[in-house]
Design a protein around this ligand. Structure first.
Ligand SMILES: [Zn+2]
Ligand SMILES: [Zn+2]
Length: 69
């Protein structure tokens, strides 16, 4: 796995909104897109852009989003 083509799809419709987070149980640890620590079991995943983060990071992501404006 040498190819790290992480595509950032920024759809205009989605960009003007919050992430659409849903609870998701990860069978394998996935790195959090906010704090980069592994998400061990249950986390949040955006069903639009596949952004994943800890449940505890979800609020910070929202704050970060709001602080862009
Ligand atoms: Zn999103
Ligand atoms: Zn996190």
């Amino acid at each position: 796995m040498g190819c790290t083509s992480s595509r950032n799809i920024l759809e205009p419709d989605h960009e003007s909104q919050q992430h659409a987070f849903r609870s998701k149980v990860f069978k394998k640890p996935r790195p959090c897109n906010l704090c980069h620590l592994p998400i061990q079991s249950e986390g949040s995943s955006c069903r639009v852009c596949k952004y994943v983060c800890h449940k505890s990071c979800e609020e910070k992501v929202r704050e970060q989003f709001l602080s862009l404006f």
